[in-house]
Design a protein. Sequence first.
Length: 547
Amino acid sequence: MRSGAKIAVIGGVFAVVAGGVGYGAYNVYDGLTGGSGSSGGDLAATTREVRTGPLSAAEVDKAAKDFLTAWAKGGDPAAVAQLTNDPATAETVIGGYRDTAGVTTAVITPGPAVGAKVPFTVKATVTFDGKTRPWSYTSELTVVRGLSTGRPLVDWAPSVIHPKLTKDTRLVAGEASAPPIKAVDRNGAELTKEKYPSLRPVLDELRKRYGDDAGGSAGVELVLRSDTESVPDETLLTLSKGTAGRLTTTLDANVQAAAEQAVKKYSEASVAAVKPSTGEILAVANNREDGWNAAMLGRQAPGSTMKIVTAAMLLEKGLVGADRPAECPKEALYQGRTFTNLDGFSIVGGTFTQSFARSCNTAFIKLIDDAKDDAALKAETEEVFGVGLDNWKTGVASFDGSVPAAAGGEAAAQYIGQGTVQMNVLTMASITATAKNGSFKQPVIVPRSLDGRELATAARPLPGDVARQLRAMMRVTATSGTAANAMSGLGGDKGAKTGSAEVDGQATSNSWFTGYQNDLAAAAVVQAGGHGGDAAGPVVASVLAAG
């Protein structure tokens, strides 16, 4: 214990008041397991025996109390780290809490232990350059038995110190790396993280990229800083606000609000909306515990929504026509792989439009040999739909889709959006927008005029007759096919495509849906949502209705 520290036990409450130069801390313990924690302890310290077996409540109590007390006192980080099962790693993070995060005092109050887990609340004070603000949050630790000593120790993870800390991030207090921004939608409505929580990673990145050019001045903040330079800082506490610069986005506050509400209905879902005539992104929303922007960065098989591209390719090659007959058997075999339709359905004497509208896998698989080119789908995706070339410049980071070169059964799987095809809801919304518009417009979330960046283009538009047939098939899908229920409440010019993507090790397929209404296209995915029209469909319909 450092000079000046006092310890007292008063009425069963353990209190530590630690002095010292540059770092004072106060810590209040209410008794993790209903007692003062004086019983139990580490037998290894007295008997030198390596204790084994489950931890007792007293052991959990003492290990947690020892660690939290030492941490809150702001003592030697190396000594505090010795109370964990990974002291070498823990020392740096614990030291940074004082040295780089600027924490000058901390009051840590534990809650009741749940087994070996102990939740706690931190009320700290952060100081930098004469500016001081209170900071509070909750976290938890887990007590485990040391492998070699048998001692009860804190199971080390950076999230013990703060729930958002990882091995690749740090807490840093100082002048903000970029001035704050006041982001507004296309009509001037302000877009805040509080009102539109899905936009948090987008707004953080827009600030990092454009804050210096938006006319503001930097304040002082405590941030979560990634070791990856391309990842923007996440502000955890503002010590002084600075002056926000105004940044106009292409987003639409009404559509964004509808998107935020729609994804909340499912435990893990994403949606994106694009204006087909311009490529402007009107909404991006995710409902995920990790807060990741999966709508723009996700990489997943999109299931049968990919048949929009496959159908366009087959139409261009003259292998099908919207009203021409198309075989749709119960199953199709291609180079050793058997492909089936949902619930084993078949269509007798039907057209290609009927196969598209009911999402008949086998109708597409049976045409692979006629295409005589395993690279045809990849070429169509890149040359016409502008997807898969890794050249989009939306204004923030995005994954622009991928259809890798494939052959044989793997190429067949790509025809129906399985195998190695990787998309996200933004790329699928863009594909739908291209089908509606007839030509590709690269999605953007801030205008090109903001920084003069070079936008991606497609090598060629859809031939007029192909575009008309494709839209006609999507219209039938939306009015009498697999998308009809979800799209029934929408009027105007509309079209859609459903998809169910099977994922290894997942009992229920992911639900995909993409559609358009007039000059608005949207796509959604619901993890383990099943059929596309059942889960993702209503999400898309809600977003389209708001536009």
